[in-house]
Ligand binder design. Sequence first.
Ligand SMILES: [Zn+2]
Ligand SMILES: [Zn+2]
Length: 297
Amino acid sequence: MAEHLVEHTLAGIRLVGYSLAGEESVVAAPELNVCFDVGKAPSEILSVDHVLLSHGHMDHAAGLAYYLSQRNFVGNAPGCVLAPAALEQPIRNLLRVWCELEGHMTPAVVVPMRPGDEHAVRKGLVVRAFAVNHGVPALGYAVIDVRHKLRPEFIDKSGPELVALKKQGVEIQYALEVPLIAYCGDTAEGAYLELDMVRRAKVLILECTFFDPEHVKRARAGYHLHARDVARILPRMENERVLLTHVTRRTSVREAKATLTKMLSPADAERIQFLMDGKRRRAAPPPAFIKDAADRE
Ligand SMILES: [Zn+2]
Ligand SMILES: [Zn+2]
């Protein structure tokens, strides 16, 4: 069971996850029905309908087939996996190999994504992909609340007048976009940091893998962020909160926090939160369907 997951509520958004570089990375926003990467598919995320896969590295993608298969067991709708377009075929191949192993095909919805592509999560909530910089096909994802507002020039019109204008084909509304979360996956610095949907997201989820001054080269070689990079990036970001993920096993969360905090202004230090610096969720009892799964395999 996934008693290792940690939970935070940042800017009013509940986030549940686990992230250590090279081991496992998964962050779900259950109320928004999205999960950023899938890690080893902890049971808490199985009811989330959309997995937004940033790239194919094992620590982020290992549980993909398991996530889809477990959903199938409980009779949930097929899981919907958004992934960099270059990974669509490899994911289908993976599912085909599992079909050979298991003797039946697990249903899945695989949506190839390119920078700028959008996918509707529900009415008024979209995911938009953006390019990140990780040396392999990789995307970040912004979850955007889209509200339709009356254009200011029509604010004094009466209801019937508005209906009449609409009938004439006049656009009386405009879309107001509020980016709720920007998830950057594994990435070095890049142009994505200048995008409004990233800079202004209420919550920015950013990796911060390395902390040791001697590991700057290591960060560059692996297209990862070093604490120094994060300290340089943060002052120009307008996010209410910044959730830091993907810390190397070499550095404890306590050390990581102390090292980074020293490099930040008090205001920026106040905004950051390390994902793994939180309360562990209590082990949930195994859901009933796990027993069913045991009966079937
Ligand atoms: Zn990783
Ligand atoms: Zn990676």
